[in-house]
Design a protein around this ligand. Structure first.
Ligand code: ATP
Length: 478
């Protein structure tokens, strides 16, 4: 839940030197994203809609690859975690039981002059306030906080509920109000018994889910970092109460390793443990995985020990038995939950920022997105050296079609070869295959590596195997 400050606060590793961001200016990433088709402002021809972004042809590939990589690590590679895809709309009572109706809120203050609204804990000077201070009606006055835009007087904080509401059925009345889910986790808790019984899993086991969530954020921003419609990748691990602390400790390095494995610089990742006064009401312990964004250290993922709060509450509210029976010991208990809660958009954004680099090559600046090959939108571009020779173009198409059976492969002939290489570098394509005049004679093509720019000659008949082997090597490494 959002019931805590998000600002950069010192954490266990916060004493370490600041490595600085991978990209100094966020605008560099925003403009590359627009220009090359990663991310567009939503409904742009209508002037846009605040805090919603659309993924373009490259962005959708990147985000799908991020989700696939997460699913692979959390479900496919593990015997103890199964998947779920629950509905966005749920029985409204779920959100009463979970505490969202009463307290899924942020402290809102409003400028008396320009009427701009702010989340109190994001104002300069208020970043490190405790939950109690954030609810104190005198806090704005005591700290003499002002509107950052026009220095106007700010109102006392009031709690603003972040859930979007809509109506189910043909009549718009209070009785049929439903919520757009603000997190995917509740879909997992209410399916706990169905999943356990159908999959016959024994504690400890987990349920993983990827899906949209909606929050009416007071101050969205920083591109896709904070949106009103976004996607979460959440996993809830059900454990014996006495084992929860140990499972929590085990999930921390696993989750950090996942980001590192897919290319995030370890220096720009850190853990930050929530202070006791920062913990959400349900949490026994909470640690954020933070990344050094161009706008500071910010949460990428939360890892929480939620105790028996969730299943306990749902059991109480429904009267349904959600206990687990341990056949080995004869015990009945409500499992405790260790949760890993990540944002698919934030993760994709992080991989994009951290992959960005500019290099000097023969007096020119080369922009490269050094994505891990598993995350790269396109794995291969097939390029003709001479597009006027039909045999060359035809061979290119044949190779591209062959590769397409396994991976995203594209053909491009709209510029000179040097420009085509630069374009593929800029979108992170790990391999370019070039067909030249010699290819027609020796039945071999040139494969260029994005990072080293080294070129090797590979027989046409072996090109698919060559590329698949390289991709497999990258996947198995680390
Ligand atoms: P914050 O304090 O930044 O509002 P939170 O602590 O409420 O975030 P969680 O409820 O723990 O966030 O959500 C889990 C993950 O979902 C976050 O780590 C983040 O990656 C993602 N997420 C949450 N809110 C948003 C949002 N508005 N836009 C994009 N991703 C989000």
């Amino acid at each position: 839940m959002t019931d805590h400050p998000t600002a950069t606060t010192p954490g266990p590793e916060a004493g370490a030197a600041d490595p600085g961001p991978s990209v100094a200016q966020l605008d560099t990433i925003v403009s590359l994203s627009k220009r090359r088709g990663f991310v567009f402002p939503s409904s742009e021809i209508y002037g846009g809609i605040n805090a919603v972004w659309d993924y373009g042809p490259l962005g959708v590939e990147l985000k799908n690859n991020v989700k696939r990589a997460w699913w692979r690590a959390m479900v496919q590679d593990r015997d103890d975690i199964v998947g779920l895809d629950a509905g966005i709309l749920m029985a409204p009572q779920v959100w009463v039981t979970s505490g969202h109706v009463a307290s899924f809120s942020d402290p809102l203050v409003e400028c008396g002059t320009c009427h701009r609204r702010y989340r109190l804990d994001e104002l300069p000077g208020a970043e490190n306030l405790t939950q109690t201070e954030l609810r104190d009606p005198t806090i704005v006055e005591r700290l003499n906080l002002r509107c950052p835009i026009d220095q106007g007087r700010l109102s006392a904080p009031r709690r603003f509920n972040l859930m979007f509401k809509t109506h189910m059925g043909p009549v718009e009345e209070d009785a049929n109000e439903v919520y757009l889910r603000p997190e995917t986790a509740q879909g997992i808790y209410v399916n706990f018994r169905n999943v356990r019984e159908s999959s016959r899993k024994k504690v400890p086991f987990g349920i993983a889910q990827i899906g949209k969530a909606f929050r009416n954020e007071i101050s969205p921003g920083n591109f896709v970092f904070r949106m009103r419609e976004f996607e979460q990748m959440e996993m809830q691990y059900f454990v014996k109460p006495e084992d929860a602390a140990a499972h929590f400790e085990a999930w921390m390095p696993r989750r950090r390793a996942w980001y590192e494995r897919y290319g995030v610089d370890p220096e720009r990742l850190r853990f930050r443990e929530h202070r006791p006064d920062e913990l959400a009401h349900y949490a026994k312990k909470a640690v954020d995985v933070e990344y050094r964004f161009p706008f500071g250290w910010k949460e990428l993922e939360g890892i929480h020990n939620r105790g028996d709060w969730d299943l306990g509450r749902h059991q109480e509210a429904t009267g349904e038995n959600l206990e687990y029976f341990d056949q080995a010991t004869g015990e009945h208990f409500v499992p405790w939950i260790v949760e890993t809660s990540a944002g698919a958009d934030r993760a994709a954004f992080t991989f994009l920022i951290d992959a960005y680099r500019e290099e000097e090559v023969r007096g020119e600046t080369r922009v490269v997105l050094g994505f891990h090959p598993d995350l790269a939108p396109y794995k291969v571009a097939v390029l003709p050296l001479l597009k006027k020779r039909p045999e060359i173009v035809e061979l290119c198409h044949r190779i591209r079609d062959d590769l397409k059976r396994d991976v995203m492969a594209v053909y491009d002939d709209t510029a000179s070869i040097g420009k085509l290489y630069r374009r593929q570098d800029e979108i992170g394509t790990p391999y370019c295959v070039t067909v030249d005049v010699d290819s027609l004679e020796d039945r071999a093509v040139t494969v260029r590596d994005r990072d080293s720019m080294e070129q090797v000659r590979v027989p046409v008949e072996g090109i698919r195997r060559y590329i698949l082997d390289r991709l497999e090597e990258a996947r198995s490494a680390g």
